[in-house]
Design a protein around this ligand. Structure first.
Ligand code: RUB
Length: 303
């Protein structure tokens, strides 16, 4: 069953990055509509169970529960429809949701690429489809940029970014994570641009571990720190103070089998960059200061 497969793909990071995770979850719920059920309420119960399973695949990216909740919300609103009509309407809703996410990414790429100056040196951390799309668009619009990618230990997503950008012909330099401060000075970085997994109502950003250190360095060096984040990653629960669970991954990502058995390993996958270190957030609604997140939450989630 596709839900099981998607659950494993997200858990094992074959599907990763907050936007792709949301799209994959929505697509998996779409496949539930093809189940041979002839009762709308029963199908909603299966959707609900599948949604819970998908939500448990990884804990941090809020785009995952936001995607599931959005589909489930629509399913419940249409609970009185006859089964075939329900399936038809919901298949459209799933498609609409996925199209919305892809459009949001394109919009951010369009808006964000205009922020980039010709000759800019940009540092990015991890691998964000949103940031890659933005940088690629800037390059296609004849901005002669150079990009520094941090390796992003332990999973090395920065190497994926480096590969994707260089495939487009963009000059890329790969550095180890601990070189961030040094290279920002040495290579005269103009902007840091990162993606995000969660944005809180107060403008704080949860993103790949190491992001907050880079933001501190950027502030020290007076370099703009910009996040490129679709509104599906905004946390409506944070309005009431709920924070994201920071995923802690296994020891085996850092240590070989049997290596240093007496040494404990802590392997957090994300950290929080406080709003005060963020100059702007690029969303599909436009460029906002971190203080503007609340208004987007109102617009997007009706809080
Ligand atoms: C990925 C990561 C990315 C955001 C945004 O972490 O932190 O910066 O998810 O990505 P992981 P996108 O590799 O652990 O999933 O813009 O593609 O949604």
């Amino acid at each position: 069953m596709k839900v099981e497969q998607t659950f494993r793909d997200i858990r094992d990071m074959r599907v990763r990055g907050a936007l792709d995770i949301a799209i994959a979850a929505a697509d998996a719920l779409g496949s539930v509509l093809e189940e041979p059920s002839d009762d709308t309420e029963e199908l909603i119960r299966i959707l609900d169970r599948s949604g819970k399973k998908l939500k448990s695949s990884r804990p941090t990216a809020i785009s995952l529960p936001n995607a599931v909740d959005s589909i489930l919300h629509n399913a419940k609103r249409n609970k009185n429809l006859e089964i075939n009509e329900f399936k038809r309407v919901m298949a459209l809703k799933v498609k609409e949701f996925i199209d919305e996410q892809n459009n949001a990414l394109e919009k951010i790429a369009e808006i964000g690429s205009k922020l980039i100056g010709d000759g800019d040196v940009i540092l990015t951390h991890c691998n964000s489809d949103t940031v890659i799309a933005l940088l690629t668009e800037a390059w296609e619009n004849k901005k002669k940029i150079e990009v520094i990618c941090t390796e992003t230990r332990p999973r090395n997503q920065g190497r994926i970014s480096a590969a994707e950008l260089s495939e487009h012909g963009i000059p890329v330099t790969l550095v180890v994570d601990s070189a961030a401060n040094y290279v920002m000075k040495k290579l005269k970085v103009d902007k840091v641009i990162v993606g995000g997994d969660v944005v809180y109502a107060n403008g704080d950003l949860v993103n790949k571990i190491g992001t907050s250190q880079i933001a501190l360095c950027a502030r020290e060096l007076d370099i703009d720190f910009i996040a490129a984040v679709e509104s599906i990653k905004f946390s409506p629960h944070s309005v009431m103070g709920a924070l994201a669970e920071i995923e802690e991954r296994g020891r085996e990502e850092i240590m070989a089998e049997g290596e240093l058995p007496k040494v404990k390993v802590l392997n957090p996958a994300f950290d929080v960059t406080h709003a005060e270190f963020i100059d702007s957030i690029i969303t599909e609604y436009g460029i906002i200061p971190p203080q503007g997140v609340y208004h987007i939450l109102e617009e997007r989630f009706g809080i």
